[in-house]
Design a protein around this ligand. Structure first.
Ligand code: BDR
Ligand code: CA
Length: 310
């Protein structure tokens, strides 16, 4: 699978870069502000790629959401966005500061390209505004984000959608069907001390980095929630793109809530029978795929195996 990865590293994004380069023909990475600011997410993508020898062009993207101020996920991801990892000096540099042009051009020039977005959807929405035909040039569009009425940053909103709801609304409206790898499934694939020890055992710079970022994430879950395992959302989304046969999904109309006092950033999936909406004469948003479940053990194993291969 030929893949462009749009990301905001971010602890789980860092693991996702390794997993994507292992299982897919990763042809480029684009960055977006999200977990931390755009300077950090771009630097982090470069440093992860450099450490792991993932030699693909990295293009800097949007610094802020379509509306409002940039958000911040540093309470989970640390001030740098990569926890407390000690990082080498950066010698690699970004290919351009125009991720949106790169996405549009690559979609038109590369056959069967799949776009996987694991951060806020700002770059993807801007690409759709620039090229309304973008979706027709993509073999698939998968996102880590949303969920059918569950949230993490609010009771009903997932971080990536909540960080730029206007962008998410453009994407679900103009680029359907989207494969929504949301919290319904990513919350199920969790990692504990044993998985971290396995990642660390091979002791290369890249496996050390992956083990450190998952450990930092797990420490936050211990601190805030008392949990002994942690999801690595973005890595699961990579496996959903590269190994779709392992996942269960169903197609539903999805709208993004933009104005609710308690529900902004919610992905509202219409799970009712389609006939009911028709009988009530209600408008139906475009339909996308909600990913519900997976073979949790198999996905966890694929992620650990990808990491230790470095
Ligand atoms: C998503 O939010 C970010 O903090 C993670 O990197 C992931 O993409 C999970 O809700
Ligand atoms: Ca992310």
């Amino acid at each position: 699978m030929k893949l462009v990865l749009d990301c905001d590293p971010g602890l789980d994004d860092a693991v996702a870069i390794l997993v994507a380069a292992h299982y897919a023909d990763l042809i480029g990475i684009t960055t977006v502000a999200g977990n931390v600011g755009i300077n950090r997410t771009t630097r982090n993508a470069l440093v992860v790629a450099q450490v792991a020898g993932v030699d693909v062009p990295i293009h800097r993207g949007a610094a802020r959401p379509l509306a409002g101020a940039a958000v911040d996920g540093s309470r989970i991801h640390g001030q740098t966005g990569l926890g407390n990892s000690v990082l080498p000096d950066l010698t690699w540099s970004e290919a351009s500061d125009d991720a949106v042009a790169y996405i549009c051009d690559t979609a038109r020039s590369v056959d069967d390209l799949h776009l996987l977005a694991i951060g806020p959807l700002t770059n993807v929405a801007l690409a759709l505004q620039r090229d309304p035909d973008l979706r027709r040039h993509l073999a698939g569009l998968t996102i880590m984000g949303g969920g059918a009425h569950i949230g993490n940053i609010t009771p009903v909103a997932e971080f990536n959608i909540w960080a730029d709801p206007e962008a998410a609304a453009v994407v679900f409206e103009k680029a359907a069907p989207v494969t929504m790898v949301g919290l319904d499934v990513t919350n199920r694939v969790v990692f504990g001390d044993g998985d971290i020890a396995r990642m660390r055992a091979t002791a290369t710079p890249a496996t050390e980095l992956a083990a450190n970022v998952v450990e930092y994430l797990l420490d936050r879950f211990r601190e805030y929630l008392g949990h002994s395992t942690v999801p690595v959302h973005d890595a699961t989304a990579v496996i959903a793109a590269t190994h779709p046969q392992l996942f269960e999904k169903s197609r539903h109309p999805i709208a993004v809530e933009l104005s609710g006092a308690h529900t902004r950033g919610m992905t509202v999936a219409d799970l009712r029978p389609a006939a009911l909406g028709r009988a009530l004469d209600q408008p139906r948003p475009p339909t996308s795929d909600v990913v519900w479940g997976t073979d949790v053990e198999a996905v966890r194993e694929l992620i650990v195996e990808a990491v230790v291969a470095y």
